[in-house]
Design a protein around this ligand. Structure first.
Ligand SMILES: Nc1ncnc2c1ncn2[C@@H]1O[C@H](COP(=O)(O)OP(=O)(O)O)[C@@H](O)[C@H]1O
Ligand code: SF4
Ligand SMILES: [Mg+2]
Length: 343
């Protein structure tokens, strides 16, 4: 077993809002080792970003209640001082967001911003040396002519190239959290950025959390997948387990709504019907129950996240159906999906 760089245990985040207490993240656990890509997938509002932001201390506020444990290299981050967190961010954990323009300062040259980030964590490093390193980093993320591009401003880069710059700035860290890094990019560029993340992960042993709302995006590079729904992990497993033996109807829905080029989507496989529940008042029992065509009596009791298949301890889900029922119900016209609810 490789050593875990990051260990998150029972992380819960709720916010006091005008409408009441909003439970955004509910007892999420995850482990991340060097050289591993962990994907977190789920529809908008599932708690993916709040999970990621809480790991690096960005959700702290008077109206936030945060519980659980986040250990990086064995050190607890949840009760770390703001000063200690500053040292961790950018040096040990870096985050890449959907829109790199929000993280890059438009009035400074890209190279100067990278140099500043490098020098913030390397006492005694001179400007020239840091600049050399910045050029190396731009080259490592596949930016052509890095010697020249280092003096350009952010607006002189395309969306995909800006995202590469953000990834370059993350190369100093051992953990990279990429929150929907390709959502704003067109498909070809999207694939290039994912391949870059995959390559850096392998070559540099970077531990990566890749957040996406689409399972198709993570299929390219993920080792393990957490499927989140309404603030909870509803299924987790290896990429193969999630794709070829998915246990939770919500995962079937995500898989069924993937666009496939080889054959058209069957008539009985619509997008997942309905919308996620309000996090202010979750349905009793299984949170997916109001949208689940397979709900039955027991679903008013909350299912735990458990290994329900014999001999596969790492594959866990929150659904009461038996493994046999799941195998049968997830097949819709010859592929995996969530069947349209009966009218
Ligand atoms: N600071 C905050 N105060 C109150 N609610 C918040 C705050 N940040 C996020 N939320 C809520 O938490 C839920 C989860 O959000 P988020 O993690 O951003 O979802 P995702 O990234 O999966 O789309 C959403 O309902 C969102 O509105
Ligand atoms: S526990 Fe019940 S409602 Fe929830 S996903 Fe399984 S069958 Fe559907
Ligand atoms: Mg998000």
């Amino acid at each position: 077993m490789s050593e875990k760089l990051l260990a998150v245990r029972d992380l819960s985040v709720s916010f006091a809002t005008e409408g009441g207490l909003l439970s955004a993240v509910d007892r999420v656990c995850l482990d991340l080792a060097a050289g591993e890509v962990l994907a977190i997938v789920g529809e908008s509002g599932a708690g993916k970003s709040v999970t990621a932001q809480t790991i690096i201390g960005l959700t702290r506020s008077p109206n936030a209640r945060i519980e659980g444990s986040v250990r990086l290299h064995g050190a607890e981050l949840l009760d770390a001082s703001e000063a200690d967190l500053q040292k961790v961010r950018g040096k040990q954990i870096a985050m890449v967001f959907q829109d790199p323009m929000t993280s890059l300062n438009p009035v400074y040259r890209v190279g100067d911003q990278i140099v500043e980030a490098i020098r913030a964590h390397r006492e005694g490093m001179g400007n020239a040396e840091a600049r050399g390193l910045a050029v190396e980093m731009l080259s490592a993320v596949g930016i052509p002519e890095p010697q020249r591009r280092v003096d350009d401003y952010p607006h002189q880069f395309s969306g995909g190239m800006r995202q590469r710059v953000m990834i370059a700035m993350a190369l100093e860290s051992s953990v990279l959290i990429a929150d929907e890094p390709t959502t704003a990019l067109d498909v070809t560029i999207q694939a290039q950025i994912l391949d870059l993340l995959g390559r850096l992960n392998r070559e540099r042993g970077l531990a990566t959390i890749l957040i996406a709302h689409d399972l198709g995006v993570v299929a390219r590079i993920a080792d393990r997948v957490l499927v989140m729904y309404a603030g909870r992990v509803v299924e987790e497993g290896t990429l193969d387990e999630i794709f070829y033996d998915p246990q939770h109807p919500y995962t079937w829905g995500l898989l069924g709504s993937l666009t496939r080029l080889d054959r058209p989507r069957p008539h009985r496989l619509p997008q997942i019907p309905g919308t996620p529940p309000s996090l202010l008042s979750l349905p009793r029992g299984c949170a997916f129950r109001p949208r689940c065509p397979h709900a039955f009596g027991r679903c008013t009791e909350p299912p735990g996240l458990e290994a329900r298949l014999p001999d596969v301890p790492g594959h866990r889900d929150r659904c009461w159906l038996s493994p046999e029922q799941k195998r049968e119900l997830r097949q819709v016209e010859g592929r995996i999906g969530l069947e349209e609810p009966a009218a």
